[in-house]
Design a protein around this ligand. Structure first.
Ligand code: ATP
Ligand code: FE2
Length: 325
């Protein structure tokens, strides 16, 4: 079976084509702005403009045609309304035109499900991106959120601090490089609240300290990462302890960060659990994860009527009954 997935919850439009075992194509385009930040209407226009060329590119790369595709999938939420609507409309049009089943996929769940293409079975997922920060795992037939950010996503916190430091956008890779040159830890507010996380405090304090002019920016970048990542690792570890699961996966754009990977590797080694990070193009927002999750859903008996395809801006992770195994 072949599934085609369209991702477009935020500023990345992606088209992926997969089988149950392999990624045949995974192409994307991200709308970037000078200052960072995102304008929903502009992102939606970007998606509408690029859908056709990206679709063509994906089919070409996969060496297939729409007729050979078995399932059309799309990111149903959570995300920005205008972006979601463009993607859902395109998916509906394709499903009707080519007479194929359509499946709407929860974006956060797809980030974790794609790791199963690599033999992961039942992990605790740490999903870290610009807009999202969530620790999730299957329990009682649903993906439960064990901890999440109460304010901003870790990626946004990093990007905002990087902008303040004047090192450019996106800030993640630049902060990571700068942090390697830091060697002095500067105290910043630690941000675990119960099982949840908060990054606005560490951001505000880091900015304040930077503005005093008393600290090296390398040390501030280093301390920012150490503080925020320690909180992520702590919540992940507690979810592992609570669920008794034997696998941890790191997904989302911030999964690129080597220091975060290292900290998670140490924690998982200590606990004797497996740690896995997918290739980066399957970590960031992408169409292949949407296609792959839809394929698993379809095989598990999930079917959508056109009425079921309305977009869900606030689509919750635990809304989805996981009927597939
Ligand atoms: P979502 O819509 O799911 O929130 P997104 O639009 O933020 O996703 P992603 O590609 O998943 O898109 O993630 C981008 C984020 O990843 C940015 O905030 C970027 O700074 C961050 N990032 C990328 N590389 C690194 C890195 N090496 N270290 C830390 N953060 C990184
Ligand atoms: Fe994402």
């Amino acid at each position: 079976m072949i599934a085609l997935g369209i991702e477009g919850t935020a500023h990345t439009l992606g088209v992926g084509i997969v089988t149950g075992e392999r990624v045949l194509a995974n192409v994307f385009h991200t709308l970037t702005t000078e200052k960072g930040g995102i304008h929903p209407k502009e992102a939606a226009e970007h998606h509408a403009r690029l859908l056709k060329p990206l679709l063509r590119k994906a089919l070409q790369e996969a060496g297939t045609t729409m007729d050979s595709v078995d399932i059309i999938a799309f990111s149903q939420g959570p995300g920005l309304g205008p972006c979601l609507r463009v993607v859902a409309t395109a998916a509906r049009a394709l499903a009707i035109k080519y007479n194929k089943p359509i499946i709407g996929v929860n974006h956060c769940i797809a980030h974790v499900e794609i790791t199963k293409m690599f033999g992961v079975r039942d992990p605790v997922g740490l999903y870290v991106s610009g807009g999202n920060t969530q620790v999730l795992a299957l329990e009682g037939g649903r993906y439960r959120v064990f901890g999440e950010t109460l304010d901003i996503g870790i990626g946004n916190a990093i990007d905002t601090f990087a902008r303040e430091l004047g090192i450019g956008f996106p800030g993640g890779p630049k902060m990571e490089k700068l942090a390697l040159k830091g060697n002095h830890y500067i105290g910043l507010p630690y941000s675990v609240k119960g099982m949840d996380l908060s990054f606005s405090g560490v951001l505000t304090e880091a900015v304040r300290k930077y503005r005093t002019g008393k600290y090296r920016i390398e040390d501030l970048a280093y301390s920012f990462q150490e503080t925020a990542f320690a909180a992520l690792v702590e919540v992940t570890e507690r979810a592992v302890a609570h669920t008794g699961k034997r696998e941890v996966v790191l997904v989302g754009g911030v999964a690129a960060n080597n220091r975060l990977r290292e900290m998670l590797r140490i924690m998982t080694e200590d606990r004797g659990v497996r740690f896995f990070v997918p290739p980066y193009d399957l970590c960031r927002d992408n169409g292949a994860m949407i296609a792959y999750t839809a394929l698993r859903m379809y095989r598990g008996g999930v079917r959508f009527k056109i009425d079921d395809t309305v977009v869900k801006q606030k689509f919750r992770t635990d809304e989805v009954e996981v009927l597939w195994g």
